[in-house]
Design a protein around this ligand. Structure first.
Ligand code: ZN
Length: 135
């Protein structure tokens, strides 16, 4: 059993299905991945905050965003270290670290150790898992 005691937002599968679009549901609740360059247009350069599409928790600031050229929004770090949780993911024969929203467990994407300074990390996030709030 998964430990869900730290989650602030818990909904049933039916509730998530009713709230989310089919794409949002598939990616955030069923560990999907959007095709590169298919997500919302989240080009770096705007000022604001990216929120979890499921529970609206603020997750990433635009100033931590960079263009990794991958077709997915990429960030140096989350807004606060405890905004996301990290989980080993061995699917597809790869060893990756999955990133989830700390409040509702939405699957967001993965973190890779090949980012630019200062963190050297690349949080590669599905655009449909995020909403953008301009500042
Ligand atoms: Zn969330």
């Amino acid at each position: 059993m998964r430990d869900t005691s730290t989650l602030k937002v818990m909904k049933t599968d039916a509730e998530w299905r009713a709230q989310l679009t089919p794409d949002q549901y598939r990616i955030t609740r069923q560990n999907g991945t959007e095709r590169a360059f298919s997500g919302p247009d989240f080009e770096p350069g705007r000022h604001g905050t990216y929120h979890c599409i499921c529970c609206n928790r603020p997750l990433f600031r635009s100033k931590a965003q960079f263009d990794a050229g991958t077709g997915w929004p990429s960030f140096l770090a989350p807004m606060t270290d405890d905004a996301v949780t990290r989980h080993p993911d061995a699917s597809y024969g790869l060893t990756r670290t999955e990133i989830r929203c700390a409040d509702c467990e939405a699957h967001l994407g993965h973190v890779f150790p090949d980012g630019p300074p200062p963190t050297g990390l690349r949080y590669s996030i599905n655009g449909v898992a995020l909403s953008f709030e301009q500042e």
